[in-house]
Design a protein around this ligand. Structure first.
Ligand SMILES: Cc1cc2nc3c(=O)[nH]c(=O)nc-3n(C[C@H](O)[C@H](O)[C@H](O)COP(=O)(O)O)c2cc1C
Length: 357
């Protein structure tokens, strides 16, 4: 922990104490011309953060959104399905789109395919650990080849009139190169870095290393978004205080609890937390998500895709394991109705309440 460290004291001006004794953060930071609230971003998650889920999180207060990663190669080849990942709806701004690729020239060419969608920024994925992405040398494999990553950023920045940002991990196997890598990306023109505090080798295991994120924040002059393991408003505030990051991003924590964004906003602005969302609130949110999903696909497919969210939304509820099995069999709107009625009657677990309050 570096709370109380020289770094934290140096950044003390970024925090102010309001009379009730609660701590609030400076309200905004800037990415180019975009003003971003210092609450929490929704971290991009392929297969999760589609338009429907992004809308849900925006309604809960997510301050920055990024689309699911899109293949630069597929875009250059004119693949229509990939283009769906680039959709930016005005109410969801500020929002960026994310590209992955192994070839700097192809990434450069794909920028022209992205610009008509008018995102607020273009994020380059240098963190994905999936073998099908890293195999050809994209995603976190770029952290093994800083020279290539640097060239990718440089070419993308040259081709793009809007900010180009980088999402990275702490390294491939070793963390030792993370600081140098971050500096090189910033020097090459990256306008912001989002750092997930794990190496590729760690995948999603263990705890994210926020001390390393703090070191990167202290070493670069561009905004830094810290990411990894945030599941409560109190944790979010602690990570800001410990590291001085400009923003935190929440991934899996939001997947099972999109209310996290409104909790963070409430906590940061009032210093207090009201009772957490109960089973009934969660049921309402799940139904809202289903309706949002139905706007983009047939109802039967929306129901199939809703199943995983139904299962995630049970996290922290008493009786969740039994209900999870039901979530995975949702087929009809009658099934959903029954599921929602049961969810409304379920209680939050003591463990969840302890973490949330
Ligand atoms: C299912 C899943 C899909 C993901 N897809 C992406 C992606 O498309 N682009 C990206 O940069 N990161 C992706 N990530 C990584 C997350 O953005 C985030 O960095 C990671 O989950 C750590 O944050 P968390 O602990 O808050 O979940 C994904 C993570 C998960 C679990």
């Amino acid at each position: 922990m570096i709370f109380g460290s020289k770094f934290f004291r140096k950044n003390l001006h970024r925090y102010s104490i309001i009379p009730q004794g609660s701590v609030i953060l400076e309200s905004f930071f800037r990415l180019g011309k975009i003003k971003i609230r210092r609450t929490a971003a929704l971290a991009p998650m392929a297969g999760v953060t589609d338009r429907a889920f992004r809308t849900l999180c925006k309604e809960q207060g997510a301050s920055l959104l990024t689309g699911e990663m899109a293949s630069s190669t597929a875009l250059v080849l004119g693949d229509q399905k990939t283009a769906q990942y680039l959709q930016v709806d005005d109410p969801l701004r500020p929002m960026g789109v994310q590209l992955f690729g192994h070839d700097p020239q192809i990434v450069e060419r794909s920028i022209q395919k992205v610009l008509p969608f008018a995102p607020d920024f273009i994020d380059l994925n240098m963190g994905c650990p999936a073998p099908k992405v890293t195999g050809p040398g994209a995603g976190s494999a770029l952290m093994k080849d800083p020279k290539k990553a640097e060239e990718m950023v440089r070419l993308a920045v040259k081709a793009s009139p809007i900010p180009v940002t980088v999402k990275m991990r702490l390294g491939w196997e070793e963390k030792s190169g993370a600081l140098d890598f971050a500096k090189r990306m910033a020097d090459a023109g990256a306008a912001m870095l989002c750092v997930h505090g794990r190496t590729r080798q760690e995948m999603y295991s263990g705890r994210a290393d926020w001390e390393s994120i703090a070191k990167i924040k202290a070493a670069v002059s561009v905004p830094v978004v810290g990411n990894g393991d945030i599941t409560s408003a109190k944790e979010a505030l602690a990570r800001y205080k410990e590291t001085g990051v400009d923003l935190v991003a929440v991934g899996r924590g939001a997947r099972s609890n999109p209310f996290l964004f409104s909790r963070i906003e409430e906590y940061f602005t009032t210093g207090k937390l009201s009772a957490p969302a109960n089973g009934s609130d969660r049921a309402d949110l799940l139904l809202r998500l289903y309706h949002l999903m139905c706007e983009d696909r047939p109802a039967w497919l929306a129901m199939r895709e809703l199943r995983k969210f139904a299962a995630w939304f049970l996290s922290g509820m008493v009786g969740a394991p039994k209900m999870r099995a039901k979530a995975h069999t949702l087929e009809t709107e009658d099934d959903l109705s029954f599921f929602l009625d049961t969810l409304r009657s379920m209680q939050l677990s003591a463990e969840f309440l302890k973490e949330e309050c």
